[in-house]
Design a protein around this ligand. Sequence first.
Ligand code: SDX
Length: 428
Amino acid sequence: MPDTLTVTDNRTGKTYDVPIENGAVRATAFEQMKAGDDGRGLVVYDPAFLNTASCKSRVTYIDGDNGILLYRGYPIEQLAEHSTYLETAYLLVHGELPTKAQAEEWIHDITIHTLVHENVKTFIDGFHHDAHPMGILLSTVGALSTFYPSATQIYDEETRRISIYRLIAKMPTLAAFAYRHSLGLPYNYPDNDLSFPGNFLNMLFKMVELKYQPVPEVERALDVLFILHADHEQNCSTNAMRSVGSSHPDPYSATAAAIAALYGPLHGGANEAVVRMIDRIGTVDRIPDFIAGVKAGKERLMGFGHRVYKNYDPRAKVIKRMADQVLSATGSTPRLDVARELEKIALEDEYFVSRKLYPNVDFYSGFIYQAIGIPVEMFPVLFAIPRTAGWLSQWEESLLDKEQKISRPRQLYLGEQTRDYVPMERRG
Ligand code: SDX
């Protein structure tokens, strides 16, 4: 059987054979299907891209029905067990796991770019003490574009390379500065002797000791969380990165747009929203009332559901195991007791089962962050730090894709037809 779709336009009786490639048909194939005398062909309508591919990609693969997530073909479970975040970032950006020499060069090139211009501290000092750190992060990442004007040379490979180093390296520094600012504490500078997660902990928590010593278990837990959050194919913020990137600004400006998209509670802001939801529920005995509110459409069960996963999010499984481990050492908390009971009830309740609502990556991550001592408002920031590698991988892939051009969707216009201007005295 040929790989084609035969479409009959019943308005004209005409039949069209549309090629099927990679399990898809091109939307532009429908432009030829015209009926009216306006000469307009059919447009494919798909609000929120429920079933529309915006690109071809080789970075990340998700099988939502079977709970599979692959970075460049490697299962997320194996990377979480054996890899580090920086190695995973190399894999996402370059497409292959690094050799020893490549890994050493990559780590060196990122480590020597962890500092930010001293003027950036002035920007951060200008924010209120209670400014949300995601607002600070997206502002300062955007501001970085003014320190590297040459970054607009996005088709110069060397320029792209150093922009990628800088963004991956400086995200933790900006995030830690935002945190320290909120507490009125002095900024900690990077310690290049430490690992990527270890240095982040150093910039967050170092006080007056001469050298910060990260707790190895905490350092590893953070590294695994960074691996799990590094990329996730065409999610909302990656779509923002590609769409904004398609007009060819510098990558700092495109990344600021991606951070803004991630900030939303339906996306990367969900990990913060989960803990605030749990706090609102308060105790296990109040879960039934909350669930009733969800069914009545008054609430959303934050940390549950996913556009692609109609099975358990594989990342959530890893994070849940980590939460159990980390909290078995530090002792469970009332919040985690409520979370566990909430998950148990939701997984048995027909309302959630019928809608295939399972815990996603955001449901348990916050409990680990809290155990590490990271405040709730910083949770989306800890999502943005590792996702930078994914955003940049997708951004570069889009730039080098000969089929891509500036993103400019069509619309179905249902507004007023042409009408004449009405003078003020004749209105109303
Ligand atoms: C991330 O895309 C990615 O890959 C994202 C991400 C990544 O790594 O980049 O995985 C990270 O963003 C994870 C998702 C974090 N967000 C949340 O946890 C917020 C709560 N979840 C939802 O708002 C929702 O599930 C979404 C946004 C995640 C997905 O929404 P969809 O695919 O647009 O689904 P929908 O809103 O159309 O819901 C389908 C039905 C609706 O019911 P009906 O109108 O048919 O009766 O399911 C219901 C929704 O009301 N529903 C929920 C629900 N999620 C969906 N009802 C209660 N609680 C929920 N959490």
